[in-house]
Ligand binder design. Sequence first.
Ligand code: SF4
Ligand code: SF4
Length: 247
Amino acid sequence: GHAILACQRQGAHLVDNNDTVTLEPLGNMKPIKDLVVDFTPFWDKINKIKPYLEPKEAPPEKERLQSQEDFKLIDDSSTCIMCGACYSDCNVLEVDDNFLGPAALAKAQRFISDSRDSQTLERVKEISEPGGIWDCTHCGECVERCPKPARPFDRIKEVMTVALKEGVHNNNGARHALSFFNSVKRSGNLNENRIPVESMGFFNIPGLLSLLPIGLRMFLKGKVPPVIHHSIEEVDDVKRIFKELDK
Ligand code: SF4
Ligand code: SF4
């Protein structure tokens, strides 16, 4: 089953072949009684991303104005109703309580992209740490579940783009994204020997050593990619596409 809003779905659509409707508490949160779950971790994570404006200027006499164009950047994330449906169905939260989760990360985008906020870089650095944006597996389940235009994974992708543009690269997730990008740009496909090393960081000795067991297992199973990486035949077409994108 999936998390849905009771006020949005008719019971008739939920009846199974045995004429039964099965109701269960939200996932990834501890049930307290019947369908009631403990939302504490959800709210703790929302609070962790500092869900309030830290403005650049002193308070004006009236409200802080924003252009319509600037507002469009935060319009979707502002629609979140904190229902917890995305949190309930997030695959990463099933295995990692430390993950901030889709709702908190979508809320972070709400402030990172707010033209009136002064803490963009600090916010992006904080959610680039373990448990933040780069721990998302891109499954898109939160987008399927979200009843509003907030669509958390879309917001997470926006924050990833800001992180890369702001030069917040000193973490495995950003290094992995850049390595992936550069590999396709260079050869049209993925250099599977180079990507794990670049993602870990050339000078991250403990991290590189941690790759050895999996490397050994791959070797024993004959799964190690060829040492010399070859470009695809149409690599010039790929390079042309990247050149166009760079313009
Ligand atoms: S896309 Fe990311 S945040 Fe959304 S459900 Fe999947 S893992 Fe969780
Ligand atoms: S992002 Fe969507 S699914 Fe998640 S809490 Fe907000 S409204 Fe609910």
